[in-house]
Write a protein that binds this ligand. Structure first.
Ligand code: FES
Length: 157
């Protein structure tokens, strides 16, 4: 075996080791990036955002998910369905009147979703809220039927 062959073999082994170490480091780095970007939100829950994004006494529409997020004056949260409990039309929140109105037959609902004016006879449905790491998570697949509003339906951080 000549001197040049030895150098070439050594050089090859050295490059192979450097390549293997580089690939291993790249793998570890990519996995660290993946872990950092995971929010651990279960797939069946919708992440509405951080608590601090929502001012007290305001209503926030999530039209695509078909609910309004209501942040009450006491800091509590409710995810109120947009589906009118009369015949299912989509209610709209009227800032001027501070209530939900149904465009179909004029039912009206309070900021808690309770009936203010018929023909609807029961409160707007709620979607369960879970707060994890100050993030509001809403179970939009699980509307909760209710007749009236009560404080136990409010979610607090
Ligand atoms: S569907 Fe809303 S009042 Fe009739």
């Amino acid at each position: 075996m000549s001197f040049i062959e030895k150098i070439t073999r050594r050089s090859f082994i050295k490059k192979a080791i450097i390549t293997a170490i580089s690939l291993e480091l790249a793998y570890v780095f990519i996995n660290l990036l993946k872990k950092g970007s995971e929010t651990n939100v279960p797939a069946n829950l919708f992440e509405a955002g951080d608590i601090e994004l929502f001012e007290k006494g305001k209503i926030y529409p999530f039209s695509a998910q078909r609910f309004y997020l209501s942040r009450l004056q006491d800091g509590g949260f409710m995810a109120i369905s947009t589906k009118c409990t009369h015949l299912g039309c989509t209610v709209q929140f009227k800032n001027k009147d501070n209530k939900f109105m149904c465009p179909c037959h004029a039912s009206a609902f309070s900021v808690n979703g309770e009936v203010l004016a018929p023909p609807a006879t029961r409160a707007l449905d709620l979607f369960p809220i879970t707060i994890v790491n100050d993030k509001i998570l809403v179970d939009t697949n699980n509307p909760q039927r209710r007749d009236k509003h009560n404080k136990s339906q409010i979610t607090y951080a």
